[in-house]
Design a protein. Structure first.
Lengths: 112, 114
């Protein structure tokens, strides 16, 4: 089956720093990738739709200048959390479409 | 506003019994509904998709029903096993189309006791 990877799986950073999370489709090309955020015991909330070669489409309430998304190739999308604060601590999950939607294993971000 | 509700946060059943999870939605007209499994600290794994014109779908020990009149989907796991313990999420496409934008419920944590 199609595999989506994320790196890193866990990251701890200081408040005010920026963190980059990578999402890769390992054995297929994905023109569209999605970025979700999940707080404990909450549902996955779609943050943005990432399209290869064009600007990402952000959901209402998601700051595009804070959550920078780059989809430079058909197998890689990156999410950069800029000037991270403790309230940005969450589980970030990406997905890529290939017939159906395949999810990455997630990245646990903790901002101190 | 659009809303998805999974009837209970947690469900405990005995091994061998059938687990039934419920997903209700309001203010949606989804073209399809999906069920996912999520283990702690992991991303969701796709289980089943059912389209609006399908009443029921089966895959091994799993069965999903979709009632667009009641705006409800039921997810059944028959002959449940401890390994089925996980959080199960239902998801709807947000626009009624096939653009893959999914809206998820909060999930139901299923625990199957040996």
């Amino acid at each position: 089956g199609a595999v989506v990877s994320q790196h890193p799986s866990r990251v701890i950073c200081k408040s005010g720093t920026s963190v980059k999370i990578e999402c890769r489709s390992l054995d297929f090309q994905a023109t569209t990738m999605f970025w979700y955020r999940q707080f404990p015991k909450q549902s996955l909330m779609l943050m943005a739709t990432s399209n290869e070669g064009s600007k990402a489409t952000y959901e209402q309430g998601v700051e595009k200048d804070k959550f920078l998304i780059n989809h430079a190739s058909l197998t890689l999308s990156t999410l950069t959390v800029t000037s991270a604060h403790p309230e940005d601590s969450s589980f970030y999950i990406c997905s890529a479409t290939h017939g159906e939607q395949f999810f990455g294993p997630g990245t646990r971000l903790t901002v101190l | 506003s659009q809303k998805i509700e999974q009837n209970s946060e947690a469900l405990n059943i005995q091994e061998g019994k059938t687990a039934t999870l419920t997903c209700n939605y309001t203010n949606y007209s989804p073209a399809y509904l999906q069920w996912y499994r999520q283990d702690p600290g992991r991303g969701p794994v796709f289980l089943l998709l059912i389209r609006e014109n399908e009443k029921e779908k089966r895959k091994e020990r799993l069965k999903v029903t979709f009632d667009t009149t009641l705006k409800q989907s039921l997810f059944h796991i028959t002959a449940s096993q401890p390994a089925d313990s996980a959080t199960y999420l239902c998801a709807l496409d947000g626009s009624g189309g096939s653009n893959y934008k999914l809206t998820f419920g909060k999930g139901t944590l299923l625990t199957v006791n040996p």
